[in-house]
Write a new protein. Structure first.
Length: 198
């Protein structure tokens, strides 16, 4: 099946299911799974995020932070039919930081997270070392996944991928005062991008 016909099939199913989508209360619903499975015929790296608040319904086609799939997510959204009451977006929009994030039972309070920006020598790349207080070595991967979603949420999926090339999570053992609060990341990135431009 070609990508174009998979995109057409996806929107056909979406239109068929759209009256029932407004009633969804959980991502565990079989309708959500059907839509997700259909989108995976376009590419297994694309995912959906749905939200419905009263009459305002939103569908995001996300590449889960993979820049190689951004153009395809754009293509899927460009092919979307006009549906009354729906906003359809390519990639997660910029919404600011949530107060906390949880992944596989590991919760991270964003206000407690600090970071150290690292720019490898002879490189424009930016690495963020994220320090999280109170996590064990076994919780690092879950905390990392939670924070990647928070960063998508804070900066927008496209901007996060363009600004930060790599992230790693480390338990915070020293003083948070030695680092930059994660809530000041946007401010830091504006400064960093200005420095790069000179």
């Amino acid at each position: 099946m070609s990508t174009d016909s998979a995109i057409v099939d996806y929107w056909r199913l979406f239109m068929e299911l759209s009256p029932r989508l407004a009633e969804l209360t959980t991502a565990e619903d079989p309708i959500y799974d059907r839509l997700q499975a259909q989108l995976h015929h376009v590419d297994p790296g694309l995912f959906i995020e749905l939200s419905a608040v009263s009459d305002e319904r939103e569908l995001v086609i996300t590449a889960d932070g993979n820049p190689e799939l951004f153009a395809l997510a754009d293509r899927v959204v460009e092919a979307a039919p006009h549906l009354e009451g729906w906003t359809i977006l390519a990639l997660k929009p910029r919404l600011g930081f949530p107060e906390s994030v949880t992944w596989e039972g590991v919760s991270v309070n964003i206000a407690d997270v600090v970071f150290d920006p690292i720019t490898p020598e002879d490189s424009d790349e930016l690495v963020l070392q994220l320090f999280v207080p109170g996590i064990s070595e076994q919780e690092i991967d879950s905390a990392h996944n939670a924070l990647l979603r928070a960063l998508d949420h804070a900066l927008g999926e496209r901007e996060f991928a363009a600004s930060v090339q790599y992230t790693e999570v480390v338990p915070l053992n020293g003083s948070a005062d030695d680092y930059i609060p994660l809530l000041k990341l946007e401010e830091f990135l504006k400064w960093h991008n200005k420095q790069r431009a000179h």
